[in-house]
Design a protein around this ligand. Sequence first.
Ligand SMILES: Cc1cc2nc3c(=O)[nH]c(=O)nc-3n(C[C@H](O)[C@H](O)[C@H](O)COP(=O)(O)OP(=O)(O)OC[C@H]3O[C@@H](n4cnc5c(N)ncnc54)[C@H](O)[C@@H]3O)c2cc1C
Length: 436
Amino acid sequence: MSHESPLDLLGVGIGPFNLSLAALADGVEDLDVRCVDERSSFGWHPGMLLEGTTLQVPFLADLVTLVDPTSRWSFLAYLRERRRLFPFYFAERFLVPRAEFDDYCRWAAEGLDACRFGHRVEAIRWDEAAGAFAASLIGPDGVGEVLARNVVLGIGTAPTLPAPLRALHDDDGPVLHSAQYLHRRDALRALDDVTVVGSGQSGAEVFLDLLRAQRPGQVRRWCTRSRAIAPMEYSKLGLEQFTPDYTRYFHGLQEPVRDRVLPQQSQLYKAISADTIAEIQQVLYERTIGGGWPDGVSITPNVSVASAAGIADGGVTLELREPDQGQAATLRTDAVVAATGYAPREPRCLRPLEDALQRDARGRLAIDAEHRLVTRPGLGGIFVQNAELHTHGVGAPDLGLGAWRSATILNAVAGREVHPLPERTAFTTFGLEHAA
Ligand SMILES: Cc1cc2nc3c(=O)[nH]c(=O)nc-3n(C[C@H](O)[C@H](O)[C@H](O)COP(=O)(O)OP(=O)(O)OC[C@H]3O[C@@H](n4cnc5c(N)ncnc54)[C@H](O)[C@@H]3O)c2cc1C
């Protein structure tokens, strides 16, 4: 893939966030935007597209609607093109199936001229003579180079495992990450004893899925370091922490304050939907009809995996600790599904620019209010989507803020208001407006 004159903006990665950017840039005459992804086609967390699961945000958090509901890339436009508007209308659903969101995004990715799959961005350097970034790409035709005055990284996050489980994790082994769940589900369902670790939304969904398929004699365990199996914040004003207003407030806080606040907000983005908790309770409740207690099920919060060891028969031994009791216990299980979250992916392609990037006291990238990395003067803009949890707060991975962030970046690149954005987005006032 080559391009003679520099692009205005090169998007690295095509997840929902850069896809939103491509959709909002579509038809903007003075912006030449291209987005590339190393995958051969679009795919949204394929290992977790479980039947019956839905988005955790209303369908209005699609690629464009919260910025431009008239865009031809809206979720409703997708339904119209698929001739499914009437069924959707009668379904009266705000939370659409996760598989449907994946299909919607694929539809957009296939329709948008700006999107190219099968191209991995290896390295990005600044080309002084061209006054642009030079991105080297590996694609089906070999290595190529693309010039772009600005770049936006939308490379997503990578699965993480706690240290004791990391060493045992591999594609076919007894320890896997929930991101791989669907690819291994049949084999897991057949095992006598499976342990799910972690109580975010993914942990709850995997446990529920295993529970539903549980056969007599099988054991299904769920343990988590969290103090309780807790629901996600979903109150109308609580959700205002996922607005541009809150993002702006959070970005304006001092770095040590942000680092103190963020871990206290796990209920906003790491907990479980109350509906999924209710579904798990319902499955267990139904098993008590006629008397007795559900066999072969354990749910244990406030325990962490202190160590793990593979055993000869292919299973795993876990040493668990309960800090409040001061107790430890060892259990043997056939497989462990680590639903232990994701961390920002290391932006390796930026290594040639390392000297030009400013980092904070903890070595993280410094990022300005418009989602632009702070660099030495004289370079184009390097923007990030979903790598700014430490600077912009809990909304960084949230789909509901994707369109707004994409529009903010496009406005910054164009140097004009391509997409008008509202000044006020929350009824809550975050911080004191007129501090003495
Ligand atoms: C199972 C799951 C469900 C979620 N559900 C919700 C939800 O309901 N609501 C919500 O608000 N949030 C949800 N999230 C959080 C978040 O919105 C998603 O993770 C979202 O996919 C993030 O999009 P992204 O564009 O940052 O990255 P990704 O979707 O991870 O896409 C990144 C892309 O970058 C590509 N890439 C990486 N490096 C390169 C490179 N060097 N060159 C080329 N391409 C590259 C990858 O191939 C990948 O396709 C969910 C997360 C998970 C894991």
